[in-house]
Write a protein that binds this ligand. Sequence first.
Ligand SMILES: NC(=O)c1ccc[n+]([C@@H]2O[C@H](COP(=O)([O-])OP(=O)(O)OC[C@H]3O[C@@H](n4cnc5c(N)ncnc54)[C@H](OP(=O)(O)O)[C@@H]3O)[C@@H](O)[C@H]2O)c1
Length: 336
Amino acid sequence: MINPLYAASGGRYDAGMVYERCGRSGIRLPRISLGMWHNFGDVDSLANSRDMLHYAFDHGITCFDLANNYGPSYGSAEETFGLIMESSFRPYRDEMIITSKAGHDMWPGPYGEWGSRKYLFASLHQSLKRMKLDYVDIFYSHRYDPETPLEETLQALVDIVRQGKALYVGISKWPVEAAKVAYVYLAARDVPCLIYQGRYNMLDRDVETSGILRQAAEAGVGFTAFSPLAQGILTGRYLNGIPADSRAAKHRFLTPGNITPAVVEGIKALNVIAERRGQTLAQMSLAWLLKDSHVTSVIIGSSSVAQLADSIRCVDNTGFSPEELAEIDSITARML
Ligand SMILES: NC(=O)c1ccc[n+]([C@@H]2O[C@H](COP(=O)([O-])OP(=O)(O)OC[C@H]3O[C@@H](n4cnc5c(N)ncnc54)[C@H](OP(=O)(O)O)[C@@H]3O)[C@@H](O)[C@H]2O)c1
């Protein structure tokens, strides 16, 4: 199909992106995926969203992470993706891993959130319409639901794959005991869990201490880290105050209260190490996650092409000396 408005760069697979096998599966994911939680909604510039999506794909990012309620407003990041799918990406659909999720609040009433079969199916149907897709590559249960029987949620995931509405399934933020049930249930029905999505960055190491990371590796399940930059804290963004256009200034999930004097002191010290390594702080923070081959991919957020261009280069140096790791640990321990 010829598209006069966008032609992907012919060099997109020679731009330095590295692809890592996702658990025991046939899929290799780019070590950097692009997340659309923020900055792709109907309150944001469509031209900027389009430029970031084009830049990502042109530089070897083949995985785009979405969810039903990304925006704001809810659903609008998927609508943005649908617009770009129609205008630019359609000829490249088979080169992409496109995800969606359901679990958090999406519409009013008792069927608009959590883990029922009713909600998961209805939500995915809506997501496919918004994104103008026949199927997603990965469909996630976005969060563990303590009230719905696990079997109901898991069987819905199995049936979604059987109906061809998703090729693979994943779980996000499920506690370790529930994840164990999920891996066994799904594998027994020949729809093995492809991937676990959890928050992981230098300041939040819960997936290490809870055993989630080790459990996924042992089960042959890939792992992808969300908020790898701690929503921007682990970058140069807040080295000199809180910029008016930053997430801390604009959004409810990160506030000026999170940028404490201890945090600022810490990022300044981390930045010294990053400079020594010839990296920006964002690049070092991402490289720190990618040093571990159990982290299949990191899902980065971005508010500009310049940030994306900066972050993506983290793949050039993901090695750390034991001394560097110890120094980073002692600094981050003081930031908490
Ligand atoms: N499964 C889940 O429950 C869940 C939860 C959260 C997120 N996620 C996924 O993970 C993705 C990423 O999450 P996140 O947005 O919190 O990720 P993040 O990568 O930790 O933070 C992204 C923010 O960091 C700043 N930034 C990024 N690159 C930078 C650079 N090179 N230099 C300076 N600043 C930079 C930008 O902040 P400014 O906006 O201030 O410029 C950007 O918006 C989401 O889009 C979503 O797909 C999943």
